[in-house]
Ligand binder design. Structure first.
Ligand code: FPP
Length: 244
């Protein structure tokens, strides 16, 4: 029997969806492939989910591509991911004209290789006036690192007299984060059966709904993505209050 098509409420598409794309390594291991092959398949899935997000009218998509902790992996795996990133940036620079997608990076870019930083700048520049999906790629990103960097900048501004310590509010604090100006995610998806947030968007996920999928990221499909949105649309969000 054909599977029924998922009918989404077009007026209740999450404005911002965050994704932990987990399971590339296990996907490769199951096939006796090297880790890089898993990440390559993961990058292909990212492309499909990005296109689905554009089609559905999602305004912000934030994906965890490389964490501050991922440097601990073998040199071979790290350089494999960085090569895929180079390829991803090159291809996206080429296709930017035909895709209404604005790309930017969150995280500490200075530890990335110079040529990668240059390509990022180029892609951010050529997509900066796009009005469709805002794709935020988290690279050398850690939630705690982001918060510490924000606290340091706030402390500097307090010492310089640019702000007064009594002016520090949640919204001022948010404006010092890498995600300045980006609304908090309504929905966070993590694949591969793991149910934790692993230092991702620690501040921003305070009220997000979570969707955990047992599928490994390379196997995650646009239908799974739509199902996660359908589940979100059928949840009761109370933000600490009561709806009845
Ligand atoms: C987690 O799977 C995934 C990563 C650490 C890297 C994510 C990278 C990509 C999806 C591709 C590259 C991205 C771009 C933007 C080009 P894992 O390796 O931790 O999986 P495992 O837990 O099964 O080992």
């Amino acid at each position: 029997m054909a599977k029924e098509e998922i009918k989404l409420d077009e007026n209740n598409i999450p404005n911002h969806i965050a994704i932990i794309m987990d399971g590339n390594g296990r996907w490769a291991k199951k096939r006796n492939l090297i880790k890089k092959a898993g990440h390559k398949a993961g990058a292909d899935t990212l492309e499909k989910i990005t296109n689905t997000a554009i089609d559905l009218g999602v305004k912000h998509l934030t994906v965890y591509a490389f964490s501050t902790e991922n440097w601990k992996r073998s040199d071979e795996e790290v350089s494999g991911i960085m090569d895929l990133l180079r390829k991803y940036l090159r291809e996206n620079i080429k296709t930017a004209k035909v895709r209404n997608c604005k790309v930017d990076i969150i995280g500490e870019k200075s530890r990335l290789d110079k040529d990668i930083q240059e390509k990022i700048e180029e892609l951010e520049n050529i997509t900066k006036n796009k009005t469709g999906l805002n794709l935020h790629i988290a690279l050398n990103y850690g939630g705690r690192d982001e918060i510490i960097r924000a606290v340091k900048k706030i402390a500097d501004d307090c010492m310089d007299g640019a702000i007064n310590c009594n002016d520090i509010t949640e919204s001022l604090f948010s404006s010092y984060l890498d995600t300045k100006g980006i609304p908090d995610p309504e929905l966070m998806i993590r694949t591969s059966g793991e149910e934790r947030i692993s230092n991702f968007l620690l501040w921003q996920l305070a009220y997000s709904e979570f969707s955990f999928s047992d599928k490994l990221w390379p196997d995650y499909t646009p239908e799974d993505f739509k199902q996660a949105i359908w589940d979100y649309q059928n949840r009761d969000r109370r933000f600490g209050g009561r709806n009845s």
